[in-house]
Design a protein around this ligand. Structure first.
Ligand SMILES: NC(=O)c1ccc[n+]([C@@H]2O[C@H](COP(=O)([O-])OP(=O)(O)OC[C@H]3O[C@@H](n4cnc5c(N)ncnc54)[C@H](O)[C@@H]3O)[C@@H](O)[C@H]2O)c1
Length: 252
């Protein structure tokens, strides 16, 4: 018996990478998904792949509260509720020392991750039934420091504070709230960070990063999706306010 059969999941940043891998796994396991993201063409392609009976997409910038409110209204009109919320949209910001870091990019990066996740929780929570599950995709750098990525690292730590607050607020309704902490995971998002951080080509940069991961390799988006599946399911009914690392030991 599938652990998420019949559930409805909202996934932001659902049109690519970890979000799309999670949508694929959830749909394969019998869930329906509402994908929210920025890229209309990729959202449409994802819905076509997953099947219109199982998925639909909405364009919304998570930093825009009105857009998030409208997207959740559309999702609830369509599905009636969100058993699972995966707040996953993200951007990496600049790779620069703090003294050189542009303040506007710092602000935008915090807005996407922290304010964005806040908007998603604020407008989704009223539609999450008792016993639901909320997951925020943080990062290994939500648990440890990393140079030259101050906005991203601060934002990913900030998401942990939001998660812990929400977990306390929602425990009375048995709604669980947790953060996922992927280590370097093979997506274009991570390729881009690694190439900018090392100034090397994709393959050499990836090998350099493999060297700082105790298990010696990047995660796959599908491995992160399996962790999301666990947190989404009733198998994790006693897990809340936890920081779940899938990082090959990098944060240990
Ligand atoms: N890939 C990694 O190594 C890694 C590691 C740790 C954490 N993460 C986190 O995982 C999440 C997904 O990243 P990914 O690797 O799949 O990259 P990705 O670029 O494929 O996914 C990010 C998604 O977020 C969407 N997005 C960006 N800004 C948005 C906004 N303002 N509003 C709505 N949607 C927005 C993008 O359109 C995209 O679909 C991010 O939060 C990222 O920080 C990734």
């Amino acid at each position: 018996m599938s652990v998420v059969r019949g559930k409805v999941a909202l996934i932001t940043g659902g049109e690519s990478g970890i979000g799309l891998a999670t949508a694929r796994l959830f749909v394969a396991e019998g869930a329906r998904v509402h994908l929210v993201g920025l890229d209309e063409a990729r959202l449409a392609a994802a819905v076509e792949e997953l099947g219109a009976a199982n998925a639909f997409g909405s364009v919304a910038d998570v930093t825009d509260e009105a857009a998030v409110r409208e997207a959740t209204r559309l999702g609830v009109d369509r599905y009636g509720r969100y058993d699972v919320v995966l707040s996953n949209a993200g951007t990496s910001g600049e790779v620069a020392k703090i003294v050189d870091y542009p303040a506007d990019v710092f602000t935008r990066t915090l807005h996407v991750h922290v304010l964005g996740a806040f908007h998603v929780l604020k407008h989704a929570i009223p539609h999450v039934p008792d016993g639901g599950s909320i997951i925020i995709t943080s990062s290994v750098v939500g648990l440890i420091g990393f140079g030259d990525l101050s906005a991203y690292v601060a934002a990913k730590h900030g998401q942990v504070g939001l998660m812990r607050s929400a977990a306390k607020e929602l425990a009375g309704r048995r709604i669980r709230v947790n953060t996922l902490h992927p280590g370097p995971t093979s997506t274009t998002f991570q390729d881009d960070i690694e190439m900018r951080a090392t100034r090397l080509d994709r393959e050499t940069a990836a090998k350099t990063f493999d060297g700082i991961i105790p298990l010696g390799r990047h995660s796959t988006p599908e491995e992160i999706a399996q962790a999301a599946l666990y947190l989404a399911s009733d198998a994790s009914a006693m897990v809340t306010s936890s920081t779940f690392a899938i990082d090959g030991g990098m944060s240990g």
